[in-house]
Each structure stands twice: as C-alpha cells, then as structure tokens.
Design a protein around this ligand. Structure first.
Ligand code: GAR
Length: 201
C-alpha cells in the first residue's frame, strides 16, 4: 500500500507512522511527504528516513484549488492509495476531496465534533472541558466533519496548560494513527452512512 503524508509542522505523527512501519505494525510504505511550509521539520524527518520530501509553496498558486491540483497531481503520479494528513494545516478544496474520497485520513487533537479547526487543544482547555482526546477520521468536504474511525479520550487536569494537554494527546495520537492506517490497509473499515464500522475481513 502506497502512503503519502501531508504535514505542515513538527511531524511527530509522521515519525510515529514511520516507526510503526519499521516495527511492521503498518503494512505500507510512505512514498512521499508533502508540505506547504518550507522549513517544516516533517520534511527533514522524511529526508532522514530516505523518503522523498516535497515542499510546494501555496504562494505560487492563484488559489486553494490551483494549489491542491498540483498536490493531487504529485499524489496521482506516485499512485498513492492513502493520503494521510498529519498536522496539515490547510483546508482541502472539494475537488481534491472528491478525487481521493474515502482515501484521505486526518488526525485532530480533540473529541470531534467538539472543537474542530485550528487550535483544538486551546479551545477545549478554555472551554473548561474535563475530558478531551483525539480523533482519526476520513476527510469529507467539511471542516473536520468526516466519519470517525478511531477516537480516544484523556482527562483534562486542573493544572494543565495547552502544552501539557497537547503532550498527553500527542501520546494517544502516536498510538491511534498507525492503528487506523493499518485497519484501512487490512480493509477492515466499512462505512454505513456516517458510521465507520470496524469488522474482521
Ligand atoms: C497534532 O496534534 C494534530 O492532531 C494536529 O496538529 C498536531 C500535529 O503534530 N492537527 C490539527 O490540529 C489539524 N486541525 P505533529 O506535527 O507533531 O504530528
């Protein structure tokens, strides 16, 4: 299975996926890492792991659709089976979503549908929730609205800051994302309307 990771930042989820692949817990290969941020550490991680790293500058394109078309062209050229968003801070245009429907996953640092969009951890903390977590979901045309694949909770502690809570959530993410990817690879996920059902194939 040919995987692509799209990332805008630090890339700890990318690293967790690469580690899971090297432990043979994920039966796929990351063929390319694409970023919209030139100095994203995720690109460096890719290079260090011998994976093609592509920076595509959004400013070179007239709008979101034009940028996404270039990204999707790169993915199609490499015959990518699954597109993995890992800290990719761009909203995908509808044509991109249509092209890869059912084959785009995202991870989000809250219990969706609560606190979608940017700064999910900060929003949860300032709302005062006692439990938060992370969500792996398929991507549809909405903002973090696609069918939920896996979700897990963590407690929010009285002394938490955005950093301490995000660190606890990152711990979950690094375990959950590889699991969700492997379920997809093993074709153990089936959609029934909005519900993503996990079954033994
Ligand atoms: C992760 O916590 C991910 O859930 C979040 O960005 C972080 C990226 O960390 N994504 C979003 O907020 C998407 N809306 P990483 O670069 O270390 O993998």
């Amino acid at each position: 299975m040919r995987l692509a990771v799209l990332a805008s930042g630090y890339g700890s989820n990318l690293q967790a996926i690469l580690d899971a692949i090297s432990r043979k817990e994920v039966a796929g290969q990351v063929r390319v890492v694409i970023s919209d941020v030139e100095n994203a550490f995720a690109l460096q991680r890719a290079r260090e792991n011998g994976i093609e790293a592509l920076y595509i500058n959004p400013r070179d394109y007239k709008d979101r659709e034009a940028f996404d078309e270039v990204v999707s062209g790169q993915l199609m050229e490499r015959k990518i089976d699954l597109v993995i968003l890992a800290g990719y801070m761009r909203f995908l245009s509808p044509p991109f979503v249509r092209k890869f429907r059912g084959r785009i996953m995202n991870i989000h640092p809250s219990l969706l549908p609560a606190f979608p969009g940017l700064n999910g951890v900060k929003k949860a903390l300032s709302h005062g929730v006692k439990v938060s977590g992370c969500t792996v979901h398929f991507v549809d045309e909405g903002l973090d609205t696609g069918p939920i694949i896996l979700q897990e909770a963590v407690p929010v502690l009285d002394g938490d800051t955005e950093d301490t809570l995000h660190e606890r959530i990152h711990g979950l993410e690094h375990r959950l994302y590889p699991q969700a990817i492997q379920l997809f690879i093993e074709k153990k996920l089936r959609l029934e309307g909005r519900r993503c059902i996990r079954f033994e194939g």
